[in-house]
Structure formats: structure tokens, C-alpha cells
Write a protein of this length. Structure first.
Length: 172
């Protein structure tokens, strides 16, 4: 219990320091080919990869999904890879090879689908090498290049808004 609190405090301190150093604007003029999606277990059943694939005009096989679980149930959720807080070490270090390869991969777009701020999802978003990051307004605005405001967390509206703005930005 106390170890978890110390670990979270250490990760939060590292996160706050790194977010200030991170420069969000990168060269994002390319069309979207690969997509990463981070999902909280609470909304996992609301996300449709088929819908995301169609809206972004990306092959469904080129979409990587990671689901955050609050406790380690050692089961695969909906065929997706999962991670827990135990996959993080002190100062935001990643213990899991799955997470290490996820953040190193150069995705064209990363979508953070979570209805509330989650330190571990935020940390993965921060560490990710994705060229363009999308998320909800109630999270940490410093993380994202495109922020969608929708108080109801309706994924169909979220996907429609992503499609609209990425079309305007000529990424689709």
C-alpha cells in the first residue's frame, strides 16, 4: 500500500517534470497509416476499432490497442493487450517489454480514449513517439495536439470529431 503511494508520487513528479520539457508540435504533415489507441478498462466495450478504422481510413490491422486495468486479472480484454500500474517502476520507468515497444513505435496518431485523467495512460501518452496525439479536454491538455470536448464521452461523436478535424488538417 505505502509502496504504491510512493511509486505513484514518484511517477507523478517525473510526469510533471517531463511534460514541461516535451514539445508537442512536430512535423505532422503525413497522411495517417498507423494508429495507437489507449483505453481505460471502464470504456473498453464502447470502443469500436472498426469505426475508428473506417473514420481514419486505416487498415484495422495497423491499429494497436492497449487497455489499462486497475488490477492484474491476467486476462486479455477483448483480444487487446493490457497493462496495470505494476508495469511501471519508479520515476515513470517501464517494466513491461510490451509498454517499452509501444512507446518506441513511431505511430502517426495516438488516441487516448479515457473518460477521466489516469496517471498511467497519461504517462504512456507522454512517452509515446506518436507524431500526433488526440484526447479529451478533461485530461491534461498539454499532452495532446488535438483536444475533443464532449462531456458525455460518446465515442461516436468523438470519432466523428476526430474525422472532421483530421480531414481539415489533411491527414486523411
Amino acid at each position: 500500500m505505502i509502496f504504491n503511494t510512493l511509486r505513484e508520487g514518484s511517477i507523478q513528479k517525473f510526469y510533471d517534470k517531463e511534460i514541461e520539457k516535451k514539445r508537442l508540435s512536430k512535423d505532422t504533415s503525413d497522411k495517417i497509416k498507423t494508429v495507437a489507441v489507449l483505453i481505460d478498462e471502464d470504456i473498453e466495450n464502447q470502443i469500436s476499432l472498426k469505426d475508428i478504422s473506417e473514420k481514419l481510413n486505416v487498415n484495422i490491422n495497423l491499429i494497436s490497442v492497449l487497455v489499462y486495468q486497475s488490477d492484474s486479472k491476467n486476462e486479455v480484454i477483448g483480444g487487446f493487450n493490457y497493462f496495470t500500474e505494476k508495469d511501471f517502476g519508479r520515476r515513470g520507468s517501464l517494466k513491461s517489454n510490451n509498454l517499452k515497444s509501444f512507446v518506441k513505435k513511431d505511430y502517426d496518431v495516438l488516441i487516448n480514449c479515457t473518460s477521466q485523467s489516469n496517471l498511467y495512460l497519461n504517462m504512456l501518452t507522454l512517452l509515446s513517439q506518436a507524431k500526433f496525439k488526440i484526447g479529451f479536454a478533461d485530461i491534461d491538455d498539454r499532452l495532446f495536439d488535438l483536444i475533443i470536448t464532449d462531456g458525455t464521452f460518446d465515442t461516436s461523436i468523438f470519432n466523428k470529431e476526430i474525422h472532421k478535424y483530421l480531414t481539415i488538417l489533411k491527414k486523411i
